[in-house]
Write a new protein. Structure first.
Ligand code: ATP
Ligand code: MG
Length: 173
């Protein structure tokens, strides 16, 4: 099955991580590859080590694209995202995983770091190999929404960020 977690509220990546936790309990092996998310570490980078080798989390991004303190050439972001997509395709093809998660791939598509046709090929591989595939991130493209078996949209009703509250370690990252 092909799943998408999208929307402007908090809970997309953590929903995918929760799905991984549940599947691992059922003896499944899960791979998450992250787009855009770069050198900084989140709580899950640590906790996933305790679930190895059933869960692997690989950060393949270079950080925020074109905002905040991003000084990298756009080409570096594109290369990283295209390499991440190629790696996802290889790993999905390999049959080593029951669930493959492409975290923040919707953002990578929205930013045109990767081509829609290349991401569609990843979906083709997952369908052919009968691997569960999850796309996360804001702004999911209609083409993928049409193709997905399940789409959940997390809507932002309220977030402490808008009251000037800083992101907290272990909650936001
Ligand atoms: P999480 O990783 O907590 O599940 P997410 O995957 O839904 O969040 P992203 O769009 O990937 O959200 O954003 C990553 C970071 O931004 C996280 O720290 C998340 O908590 C925070 N965030 C998510 N939604 C909002 C929002 N509406 N306003 C402010 N910050 C947000
Ligand atoms: Mg996320």
């Amino acid at each position: 099955m092909f799943y998408i977690f999208t929307g402007d509220g908090k809970g997309k990546t953590t929903a995918a991580l929760g799905q991984a936790l549940r599947a691992i309990g059922d003896g499944k092996k899960v791979l998450m590859i992250q787009f855009i998310k770069g050198p900084w570490l989140s709580g899950e980078d640590e906790s996933c080590k305790r679930l190895a080798p059933d869960f692997e989390l690989r950060k393949r991004g270079k950080g925020f694209v074109g905002i905040l303190n991003d000084t990298l050439p756009r080409k570096d972001h594109e290369d990283a995202a295209q390499d991440a997509l190629a790696e996802l395709a290889r790993e999905t093809e390999s049959g080593a995983w029951h669930i493959v998660i492409a975290d923040e791939i919707n953002n990578a598509l929205d930013l045109n770091l990767i081509a829609e046709d290349d991401a569609a090929r990843l979906v083709d591989i997952a369908v052919t190999k009968k691997i569960d595939l999850i796309f996360t991130g804001r702004g999911a493209k209609q083409k993928f929404i049409d193709r997905a078996d399940l789409v959940s949209e997390v809507h932002d009703v309220k977030h402490p960020f808008y009251e000037g509250k800083k992101a907290r370690r272990g909650i936001e990252y």
